[in-house]
Design a protein around this ligand. Structure first.
Ligand code: CP
Length: 315
């Protein structure tokens, strides 16, 4: 069981079943609940966020805990004065019982976890990983389709810089009978690190260039945004955006039982006219983040992953 949540490779299949079962229980919970009363969560966000920060904070509040937050830590924390992530964590661990960190540098969450005496949760580290998003994505698949095994899944869009889709692909190594189809512009194809991990896990994958054709026999379409902020020039971004859009032709070819997901935010890669299509699950997916994050916070602070030392007080 993990003490920090840094990358999806930490999770076994048993861990996933436990997290998802607890998330189901959180969904049914009548709030307010007080199991994390007196506990404090710090959310340190060096990059923008709507869903991750607010759903973590909502999860903590729904369990009776409290939240302290810096939403633009790159500018409004002492990072602007040159303070390192490590020093910031050494300070904040004295103020909170767990720390959620989003940072623009890949590996920053691992660095934070390496010096922290309280649990650290990676809320996205540059183009690296977004493990709690992958957990809520896989939970959504289980909730909507009733299983996480024996699925054909199309991963679409920016597979190079999209940390959510990278984490989801890696997390799917815990499932059986998975087949992945990558649909992305050539400049933002899935990285070799993920391809190698899938090969080691014996998960078949292929690259397809025609989205409308690729979705004909899938169970899940996982669409992603082209990550504008990761490109070195506007011209590079312009070359890659707007190529793969979930449109009328995609939806016409998509099986009736299949679902459309997206970690959000979306720009134009899913036409809004399909938001009411029963196969469109991306808003429910975002709402599921609260239940999964309640499950994680409870496990880290008051459940099987906690050191059960109570509220953090440091010498
Ligand atoms: N999916 C996701 O990480 O969204 P935010 O950037 O709004 O947190």
């Amino acid at each position: 069981m993990p003490r920090n949540i840094v990358e999806v490779s930490q999770f076994s299949r048993d861990d996933l079943e436990f997290i998802f079962d607890r998330a189901d229980e959180m969904r049914a919970l009548s709030v307010p609940d007080h199991r994390l009363a007196g506990r404090i969560l710090a959310t340190l966000f060096y990059e923008p966020s709507t869903r991750t920060r607010l759903s973590f904070e909502s999860a903590m509040l729904r369990l009776g805990g409290n939240v302290i937050s810096t939403e633009n830590a790159r500018e409004f924390s002492s990072a602007i004065k040159g303070e390192s992530v490590e020093d910031t964590i050494r300070i904040v661990e004295g103020y909170a019982d767990a720390i959620v960190i989003r940072h623009h540098e890949q590996g920053a969450a691992a660095r934070a976890a390496s010096v922290a005496s309280v649990p650290v949760i990676n809320a996205g580290d540059g183009p690296g990983e977004h493990p709690t998003q992958a957990l809520l994505d896989l939970y959504t698949i289980r909730h909507e389709l009733g299983r996480i095994d024996n699925l054909r899944i199309a991963l679409v869009g920016d597979l190079r810089f999209g940390r959510a889709v990278r984490s989801l692909a890696l997390l799917l190594t815990q499932a059986i009978g998975i087949e992945l189809v990558f649909v992305s512009p050539p400049e933002v194809q899935m990285g070799d690190d993920v391809r190698d991990a899938l090969t080691r896990a014996r998960i078949p994958f292929s690259d397809e260039s025609d989205l409308a054709s690729a979705v004909r026999d899938v169970d899940v379409v996982y669409q992603t945004r082209i990550q504008k902020e990761r490109f070195s020039s506007d011209a590079e971004y312009a070359r890659n955006k707007g190529i793969y859009i979930v449109n009328a032709e995609t939806m016409a070819n998509l099986p009736e039982h299949a679902i459309v997901m997206h970690p959000l935010p979306r720009v134009d890669e899913i036409a809004a006219e399909f938001d009411r299509d029963p196969r469109a699950k991306y808003f429910r997916e975002a709402h599921n983040g609260v239940y999964v994050r309640m499950s994680l916070l409870e496990s880290l602070l008051a459940g099987p992953w906690s050191n059960e030392r109570g509220t953090a007080l440091h010498e």
